[in-house]
Design a protein around this ligand. Structure first.
Ligand SMILES: NC(=O)c1ccc[n+]([C@@H]2O[C@H](COP(=O)([O-])OP(=O)(O)OC[C@H]3O[C@@H](n4cnc5c(N)ncnc54)[C@H](OP(=O)(O)O)[C@@H]3O)[C@@H](O)[C@H]2O)c1
Length: 343
């Protein structure tokens, strides 16, 4: 049951999706001594396993992964963490079940950070459902600090803003765990197939444009219109990825570049150039926001463990989501993320 403004010292968690990130969240919860009261996954080999064993803890937690289609959602918990898919539409059955059970939702889907920019009708439906059930719906993950809050903060010191620009390179070898995930980012396909096979229509074209949209909206701009295109990223040298038995040759895709431009009614533009790709030796993952204004300012985030950052950002938002008002509440409306190092 939702109690606005208060978060318990030891929030009781439900996990929906027990893959790479669901297991990371399970390990963080055990480390912080926050109870996990139930775990759900679609049918398959994870169902029936103890979550502790599945998450590599080497011991039982007494939480058996249940089939999300057939399980009971009659649980006493404060929040459900959804780490199933990147898509609001695909996650809708999960949201309906969990909101129906009176649970706040914190979701790792990329589309959940700014649902209005992805699926406005679904966003309205989720917002109405959550308000009716008196629970909060929030999307978070690595973008929380590196892409959303860094953009808000860099603009905060300006008295004039002409435009904003976001650039990043993300080392996807740290996050992709299947050939399917690699293919979604065009890794390993010949560059000429990039356009022929319609990678330009992928979910990520919708997803990433919401970064400039979210930041512009969060700093007060209105009526934002965006364009977005996807491009193949290729290297002129071979590069290896553990998932492939031989190196990706020069000229084949090592990832995808997303190029977006969002313009607000007030005339201010935010651009984004985001590369999700393999890295050459020595490259460091980074995200940059620059403001052309008065004064000109730049914030750069560098990190060497984006998978941990994604899981930790989600995990660290738990208290804010439990304490927030009902309905969709964006991370940009919650204040900067706070660490859990002292928990
Ligand atoms: N927001 C961010 O910053 C951010 C960062 C990283 C990742 N992500 C996204 O977060 C999602 C989870 O990532 P991951 O690496 O943990 O993926 P993963 O290892 O594939 O885990 C997903 C888990 O959810 C289960 N699942 C998939 N679809 C489901 C459904 N419709 N209903 C119930 N369970 C379902 C899968 O079941 P199986 O056992 O059948 O595989 C799997 O156990 C991905 O979509 C990823 O793109 C977002």
């Amino acid at each position: 049951m939702h109690v606005m403004g208060k978060s318990p010292l030891k929030p009781r968690l439900v996990l929906y999706g027990t893959g790479q990130f669901g297991q990371r969240i399970a390990r963080l919860a055990v480390e912080k001594n926050w109870p996990i009261v139930a775990a759900y996954n679609r049918a398959g080999p994870k169902v029936g396993q103890d979550l502790g064993r599945l998450a590599g803890l080497g011991r039982d937690l007494g939480v058996i992964v249940q089939d999300c289609e057939t399980a009971s959602y009659d649980v006493e918990a404060d929040i459900a963490l959804v780490t199933a898919t990147n898509s609001l539409r695909q996650n809708m059955p999960a949201y309906k079940r969990l909101i129906g059970a009176g649970l706040n939702i914190l979701c790792l889907a990329g589309q959940a950070y700014y649902p209005y920019g992805n699926e406005p009708e679904l966003a309205a439906e989720i917002d109405a459902m959550a308000k009716k059930a008196n629970v909060t719906f929030t999307g978070s993950g690595i973008w929380d600090t590196s892409r959303i809050w860094s953009g808000i903060l860099v603009a905060g010191a300006c008295t004039e803003i002409k435009s904003l620009a976001h650039r990043s390179i993300t080392d996807i070898s740290r996050q992709i765990v299947s050939q399917e995930q690699a293919r979604e980012l065009a890794v390993g396909i010949p560059a000429k197939e990039f356009y022929e096979k319609g990678y330009g229509d992928a979910l990520i074209s919708l997803l990433y444009k919401t970064i400039p949209e979210h930041v512009l909206a969060a700093i007060g701009y209105t009526d934002i219109k965006s364009t977005v295109r996807l491009e193949p990223v290729v290297f002129d040298e071979p590069v290896s990825l553990a998932l492939f038995d031989k190196p990706i040759p020069p000229g084949d895709c090592v990832g995808t570049r997303i190029v977006c431009e969002s313009v607000a009614r007030e005339g201010v533009k935010a651009t984004a150039e985001i590369e999700l790709r393999l890295f050459k030796p020595g490259e460091v993952e980074h995200m940059v926001w620059t403001v052309d204004g008065m004064p000109k300012t730049q914030i750069r985030t560098e990190r060497n463990d984006s998978a941990h950052a994604s899981a930790a950002s989600l995990f660290n938002r738990i208290p804010d989501v439990i304490a927030a008002q009902p309905g969709i509440v964006l991370v940009s409306q919650m204040g900067p993320l706070k660490h859990t190092a002292l928990v």
